[in-house]
Design a protein around this ligand. Structure first.
Ligand SMILES: NC(=O)c1ccc[n+]([C@@H]2O[C@H](COP(=O)([O-])OP(=O)(O)OC[C@H]3O[C@@H](n4cnc5c(N)ncnc54)[C@H](OP(=O)(O)O)[C@@H]3O)[C@@H](O)[C@H]2O)c1
Length: 301
């Protein structure tokens, strides 16, 4: 059964970039929301939404998850990391957490946000762990819904905003690793709309959806579009071997801005398989990148 407006939806990772857009969307559709976070003090601005509660706690603690699931009709897991701070982080966050959600939310509607390109055979530990998490969830909860987005952009994102900030540092043209990699950037509000509809739709049980924008672009063209709108020089694409060398060097840089595993993830590309169910099957027409980007960058200007 799909969840109806008025029902309580619990969101793990709900205070992040996608979670915030989804919280606004679900709230507008009439749901009650319970957002689990380690840092409620940093997210109090969300409390302007009257039917939203912030619960402080550790989502990896099953007792806390069971308590949070009490009285709710759905659990949505948006917790994800791009790199490991310590060995085992991918397994804990991407593999074990979906299983914890399944055990804590038995009988509830469950939705897992994975990633386009998730593949148990990938040489990227990130993509392998996302695929293993999907499999763990499916074993325990065959009716769970899984969505696999490509690169998500929108206000406050980790993509357009990052390149926009980096561009002024390279007036001769920002070097872009693996510039040929294909991506299908998808706008955050389209992702939120798709998730909200999937939660409500009875027929979505057990489905997997690829959430991609309408065009496949190369990473280099995407960054070039951002540079043009910001009035910056055209970026310079780096070949695969040069980007790998850069990743090897940056692994030792404080904060690891780009790692070898991220290089492998990028090399795999981030697109949806042709013919797979996606946003249009949920009634969402994803907006074209360049149109939405213009509004986004002008908003920053
Ligand atoms: N953004 C993209 O382009 C993109 C593309 C494909 C897939 N995805 C997937 O979509 C989901 C949401 O992405 P996002 O961009 O919204 O991520 P985000 O902004 O980084 O937010 C993720 C949230 O997860 C929680 N979190 C992070 N590490 C955690 C840990 N070790 N333990 C417990 N909680 C942790 C944080 O919540 P608190 O700090 O509030 O506790 C954080 O707000 C992720 O699963 C991501 O892999 C994103």
């Amino acid at each position: 059964m799909g969840v109806r407006p008025g029902a309580c939806v619990v969101m793990l990772g709900g205070c992040g970039f996608v979670g915030r857009a989804l919280a606004r969307e679900l709230h507008a559709r009439g749901y009650r929301l319970r957002l689990l976070t380690r840092r409620p003090d940093r997210n109090r601005d969300l409390l302007v939404l009257p039917r939203l509660e912030l619960w402080e706690g550790d989502v990896h603690d099953e007792g806390f998850l069971r308590e949070a699931a009490r009285g709710a009709q759905a659990l949505v897991n948006l917790v994800g990391i791009l790199k490991e701070r310590a060995p085992g982080d991918f397994a804990r966050v991407h593999e074990e957490l979906p299983a914890r959600m399944a055990r804590s939310g038995r009988g509830l509607r469950l939705l897992q946000v994975s990633a386009a390109g998730a593949d148990a055979a990938s040489d990227s530990a990130y993509l392998r762990s996302k695929a293993r998490g999907e499999a763990r969830l499916r074993e325990l909860a065959p009716d769970a819904i899984i969505v696999r987005p490509s690169v998500i952009y929108g206000p406050g994102d980790h993509f357009v905003d990052r390149f926009r900030r980096l561009l002024p540092w390279a007036p001769w043209g920002l070097p872009v690793p693996l510039a040929e990699s294909p991506i299908a950037p998808v706008y955050v509000d389209d992702v939120a709309s798709g998730i909200a509809t999937a939660l409500a739709r009875t027929g979505a049980a057990g489905q997997g959806y690829g959430f991609c924008g309408p065009e496949i672009l190369s990473l280099g063209d995407t960054v070039a579009a951002i540079a043009t709108l910001c009035g910056r020089a055209r970026p310079r694409g780096l070949s695969a071997p040069t980007s790998l060398l850069l990743a090897r060097l940056l692994e030792y840089w404080p904060g690891t801005p780009f790692s070898v595993d991220q290089w492998r993830t990028l090399r795999a590309g981030s697109v949806c398989p042709e013919g797979a169910p996606g946003l249009p099957d949920l009634g969402v027409r994803p907006r074209p990148f360049r149109e939405a980007l213009e509004a986004l960058v002008r908003g920053h200007a």
